[in-house]
Structure formats: structure tokens, C-alpha cells
Write a protein that binds this ligand. Structure first.
Ligand SMILES: C[C@@]1(C(=O)O)OC[C@H]2O[C@@H](O)[C@H](O)[C@@H](O)[C@H]2O1
Length: 469
């Protein structure tokens, strides 16, 4: 059986991780331009000043995507290219660049799927409190409207935010992302709320424009499962799902926060300073979401944490989602299990965990349309006789596509798959060591591009619409 005719086979990237040209053509400074240059913050001091120079080589890259037969390309817009000071004047050169990228995609019949925010925030807003300041939410709504007006005639698929839990969690709890704050639960929850508020307002603005496209948000999908059937561990898994999944999906799809978490925030004094108008905005717009994007890499296996946890000291290493760490509130800890398989970065490889998680989402949220907006294997790809033989990545994606096909058969409303990543790119915390792409970029040789084995495999899967999977 083939994948449905309207299922999109895609691949993804993000502006800071591929573009470079960090200070060209009127682009403003971002939080990552500054944070990545603080000694010790990134792996081997890597940063996105050049990245893989996609800003100058986008035509070559999109031509390669077309050769792969890619049906859709998910990429993000750098806010600071459009509004260099975050909420001031529009930069026409920024509009020009993304118009060129969109038009290049359409030239090959590749459907552009745009993420408005993939972590690179104009520094003026970061320095004014970032997502803990409502000004940033208001600025995002202005930025989104500028993009809808400039590109909305050709772009019909919009994601507002990528992985809120990552830029808020790593920004205010673990300190591994800007603004580099550790253990500030009040700021963390406040920031997530203003992001959800900004999302709801952007949905409202988009729908009022009658562009007849679709809009949603992308979250990390990290379904939690108990390590065994002991009651305290089952409770721990429920706690993890409430904080890591329902806190993110409920305000979007239900228009209200999960009561389990709200009650505990009140007890702990972590309740965001939200207003009735903001809460009403979430409620009013929940039903207008067209889809939810899932970035699935792994499930988590959890058990109750019974060790006292003082204020935790975090590092880049404890921030890469490998198992073995306690949750921010100390309630549970993730566990590496003997009978599971893991990537070199300690992420469990579990297509079954994805399928089980999808059914959990359907049970809670009904028949909402979903896209897999990221899935892929971070690896150090073997090079044999000059060829990049990334067989592990082929096997990883193959197994997840098989499960996606099965999920569709089981009634899960999945409409597309975007491999992370279309091309090797800069990882925020792993530099260029952790590769994800179908296309290799030679960091030692003029950033030359080269098709990997997986490029040819994915081309075949797309051509045959995955019939053999
Ligand atoms: C932490 C990490 C990684 O480097 O492995 O997870 C997978 C992937 O998720 C994406 O949303 C990030 O933009 C991209 O950089 C990657 O980030």
C-alpha cells in the first residue's frame, strides 16, 4: 500500500542553523548571534556566522532538493531579517531573500512550509526580557502579519513556533540556550504562556486575512512511559506527560491549561501573571488551529525520583535530552533501559513509542490534523571510499515511516513527514558533529555539498510513495 496521494514527503531546516550571513543585507542581531559567542556556550565555539552559507547558496540547495524529488520544504524565517529591531521598521532586503527562496521552491513544485520562529530572537527583544515580556508577544504578532502579507499569496502552510519547550526550557531552566538562565520556574512558565498567547493572536490574525491556507504550531513530542507497572512510576509518567505534553498542547487545542499543572503551579507560586483577556484569547482561537506539528525523536522512560534534588547545576551535556536526569521539579527521572536501543547521543530509537504516543494524542485531542515536522537520526556518518554511507539514518527513517503508515491505517490524521534535516547543518549544542542531513556539507572543503546514500534512498521512497514500506 502506498502513502495517501495527499501525504507530503518533506524535509526541514532552520534559519540560524543554515543561513550564515549573520550581519548582511540589513539583518539585525539575534540572541543566538550574541549567545553563541560567549565562551563555553556552544560545542567547540561553533556559531551561525557562516553556518552552511545557505543565504548565498540557496539556489544550489533547493535544486538538490528538487533532484531528491522533495515534495515540501520546511524552513524558518529569521525574524531579524524582516524586522531588524524586532518591532520597528521592515527590512526590504529581508523580504527579498525569503521571496527568492519561496519562488525557487515553487519553480520546482516544492511546497514551502514556513516556521516563523525557530529560536533566533532579535536581540533588542531578548535584552528587554525576551518571552517573559509581553512586548515580545506583541512584536511577534506584528512580525507574523508582515510575513503573512508578504508571502501569504504563495505560502499556504504556516508554523508559528518550533519547540517552545526547548527555547523556554533551555532558556530559563537549564541555561543552555539564551538568555542562559538556570532554574527560574516563574520565568519559564511565564515565557511559555506569552508564546501560547502570541500563537493564538497570530492564528486569529491569519484567519481574518482569508488566505485559505493552514496554520498551526510545532512541539517536541516526547511521550512518557513508566519503566514498569509500579504505581509510583505510573504516576511519574502521568506527571511527565502533563508537564511535557499537555501543558503545550492543551492551551493550543483546548484553549485552556491542564488543571493538573495549574493546581501545582498555584501551590508552588509559579503561576504566570496571565490576564483574563489573554486566557480568553487562547480559548477563542483554539478551534481555529488547522494542525499540530510533532517533532518526534524519542519517548522517555520515567520512574519516580526519590532522591532529594537541590537547585540543579546544568551543563550543555545535561541539556541534550539524554536519559538519566531528574525533571526540573525533581518529581521524576528519565531512565536508560537495558532492552532499548539508543543513538550515539543517548536518544532511544522507538518507532513503537511514537505509535503509542500518537494514540495518546488522538484520545486527548480527537481528530486534529498532524504533521511530523521533524524526525531523523543525529549521527556521525561513516565515509567509505569518499561516499557518505549513512545506512543507520536510512534504517531509522524507514522504521518511523512504516509506523506512520500503520498509524494512518489505524485512523491517525497524519498528513506529512518532514525529515530533520534536509542538509547537514549547525546543531545548537553539537556544532557540526551531529549530522542529520540527506546532503553532506564538507566543512573542511568550501562547504561543498554531496548527496549521501540516504538522499538516493529517500528519492526512491518519494517516487514510489513508500509502497514497499
Ligand atoms: C537538539 C537537537 C539536536 O541537535 O539533536 O534535536 C534535534 C533537532 O531539533 C530541532 O528542532 C533543532 O532545531 C535542531 O537543531 C536539532 O536539535
Amino acid at each position: 500500500m502506498k502513502f495517501p496521494h495527499d501525504f507530503l514527503f518533506g524535509a526541514a531546516s532552520a534559519s540560524y542553523q543554515i543561513e550564515g550571513a549573520w550581519n548582511e543585507d540589513g539583518k539585525g542581531l539575534t540572541n543566538w548571534d550574541v549567545f553563541s559567542k560567549i565562551p563555553g556556550k556552544t560545542y567547540m565555539g561553533t556559531n551561525g556566522d557562516v553556518a552552511i552559507d545557505h543565504y548565498h547558496r540557496y539556489k544550489e540547495d533547493i535544486k538538490l532538493m528538487a533532484e531528491m524529488g522533495l515534495e515540501s520544504y520546511r524552513f524558518s524565517i529569521s525574524w531579524a531579517r524582516i524586522l531588524p529591531t524586532g518591532d520597528g521598521e521592515v527590512n526590504d532586503k529581508g523580504l527579498e531573500f525569503y521571496n527568492n527562496v519561496i519562488n525557487e521552491c515553487l519553480k520546482y513544485g516544492i511546497v514551502p512550509f514556513i516556521t516563523l520562529y525557530h529560536w533566533d530572537l532579535p536581540i533588542t527583544l531578548e535584552e528587554d526580557g525576551g518571552w517573559t515580556n509581553k512586548r515580545t508577544a506583541e512584536a511577534f504578532i506584528k512580525y507574523a502579519e508582515v510575513c503573512f502579507r508578504a508571502f501569504g499569496d504563495r505560502v499556504k502552510h504556516w508554523i508559528t513556533f518550533n519547540e517552545t519547550v526547548m527555547f523556554c526550557g533551555l532558556g530559563y531552566l537549564k541555561g543552555a540556550h539564551p538568555p542562559g538562565i538556570q532554574n527560574d520556574e516563574n520565568k519559564y512558565f511565564q515565557a511559555t504562556h506569552y508564546v501560547f498567547y502570541a500563537h493564538a493572536k497570530a492564528v486569529e490574525v491569519y484567519k481574518e486575512m482569508n488566505h485559505y491556507g493552514e496554520i498551526g504550531i510545532t512541539h517536541v513530542f516526547l511521550p512518557a512511559f513508566s519503566v514498569n507497572d509500579h504505581r509510583e512510576n505510573v504516576v511519574a509518567a502521568r506527571h511527565a506527560n502533563e508537564y511535557e505534553t499537555f501543558w503545550y498542547y492543551d492551551p493550543i487545542l483546548k484553549g485552556e491549561y491542564p488543571s493538573y499543572v495549574v493546581e501545582q503551579l498555584e501551590e508552588k507560586g509559579w503561576t504566570p501573571s496571565w490576564t483574563e483577556e489573554e486566557l480568553a484569547t487562547l480559548k477563542r482561537n483554539a478551534g481555529k488551529n488547522d494542525f499540530i506539528g510533532l517533532n518526534y525523536y524519542q519517548p522517555i522512560r520515567v520512574e519516580k525520583n526519590n532522591k532529594a534534588v537541590s537547585s540543579m547545576e546544568h551543563s550543555r551535556e545535561t541539556s541534550t535530552l539524554a536519559p538519566g536526569n531528574p525533571s526540573f521539579d525533581g518529581f521524576y527521572r528519565t531512565v536508560k533501559m537495558e532492552d532499548k536501543t539508543y543513538t550515539k547521543w543517548g536518544w532511544e530509537i522507538s518507532p513503537q513509542g511514537f505509535l503509542d504516543g500518537l494514540h495518546m494524542l488522538k484520545e486527548r485531542y480527537g481528530d486534529i490534523k498532524m504533521y511530523v515536522t521533524e524526525n531523523g537520526l543525529g549521527d556521525e556518518d561513516p565515509i567509505i571510499d569518499g561516499e557518505i554511507v549513512d545506512v543507520p539514518r536510512i534504517k531509522y527513517i524507514e522504521e518511523h515511516l512504516k509506523v506512520i503508515k500503520r498509524a494512518i491505517k489505524e485512523g491517525i490524521h497524519l498528513k506529512g513527514y518532514y525529515a530533520w534535516s534536509v542538509i547537514d547543518l549547525l546543531s545548537w549544542l553539537n556544532g557540526y558533529k551531529k549530522q542529520y542531513g540527506f546532503i553532506y556539507v564538507d566543512q573542511q572543503n568550501n562547504l561543498n555539498r554531496k548527496k549521501k546514500l540516504s538522499f538516493h534512498w529517500y528519492k526512491h521512497i518519494i517516487e514510489t510513495r513508500g509502497e514497499e514500506l
